[in-house]
Design a protein around this ligand. Structure first.
Ligand code: SF4
Length: 273
């Protein structure tokens, strides 16, 4: 893992995510090395020739770039960790996310932190100071053997659920971000069953097979589930039909089970409220 300290020019940037106004990414690169990660496009801006998952640039000055007054961000939504995990391994040493949060806790904004890491539990003292904050744990698989192949550098599902419970018990609002849903592999009902006592809401996102991850996904299928290759090809010929079906199933299931949910399928069609 190549770790490099860099000076960032800015740290709170405009978002093109459907559900947030601004994003903060304390690092560039991510040691979780998920094979489906669309954030690979960040490679273009870094000059790295390592593989995605083998380098992390630490934005060493990021906390200093957070303004003292958050007037510009009043009532706005800010997502922390859209193209990196703010609690990946090197955060243990660098504490960039922690130092950023110390400043943000004074803002009158709405925050989401997206992570796969149990390290977030270290900052419970700080998280409790926020007026409006949700910690969203990404859990895309119920079976840790599948997770290990898809997210080789990330903590186990068991660890994530343990910390989800700790946060919930500390009155921090929690979400389980069921993402990405792999057709025929992501048992999202089971994920809900495993976490429902500790999750305030669920977010759902489909697997997008961008050109930059296509080879990885099909290699993963070939090595582990060759019988699914033709089925994936069929689905992704006109994926809208498939995902509309999954969306309806999720809606029915959540309504019956009184589960709070948000669906982030078909990104381009989601309008900001
Ligand atoms: S945790 Fe998120 S940012 Fe990091 S590699 Fe996985 S998908 Fe990409």
């Amino acid at each position: 893992m190549k770790i490099k300290e860099i000076q960032a020019k800015s740290i709170i940037t405009k978002s093109n995510l459907p559900a947030s106004d601004f994003v903060i990414n304390p690092y560039t690169g991510c040691s979780h090395a998920c094979i489906y990660c669309y954030a690979r496009f960040m490679m273009r801006f870094t000059g790295h020739d390592e593989e995605w998952g083998e380098f992390v640039d630490v934005k060493i000055n990021a906390p200093e770039l957070i303004p003292k007054l958050g007037d510009k961000y009043k009532s706005k939504s800010i997502t922390i960790g859209s193209v990196t995990d703010p609690y990946q391994k090197c955060e243990e040493e660098y504490k960039i996310t922690r130092n950023i949060l110390e400043k943000l806790s004074l803002f009158d904004s709405s925050f989401d932190i997206i992570t796969k890491s149990d390290l977030v539990a270290r900052d419970i003292d700080l998280l409790k100071k926020f007026r409006d904050l949700t910690v969203a744990f990404s859990i895309g698989q119920a079976d840790d053997r599948i997770r290990e192949r898809l997210e080789p550098g990330a903590p186990s599902i068991e660890n994530r659920i343990k910390v989800l419970k700790i946060l919930y018990d500390n009155n921090i609002r929690t979400a389980v971000f069921i993402s990405p849903i792999f057709p025929m592999l992501s048992d999202w009902k089971k994920i809900i069953e495993l976490t429902k006592q500790y999750a305030d809401e669920y977010w759902f996102e489909n697997l997008n097979i961008y050109p930059s991850v296509r080879e990885n996904i099909y290699k993963f299928l070939k090595n582990n589930y060759p019988e699914l290759i033709d089925k994936y090809r069929e689905i992704y010929k006109d994926e809208k039909i498939y995902w509309d079906g999954v969306e309806n199933e999720i809606k029915d299931f959540c309504k019956k089970g009184q589960v709070n949910y948000k669906i982030y399928f078909h990104h381009k069609d989601i309008k900001k409220k």
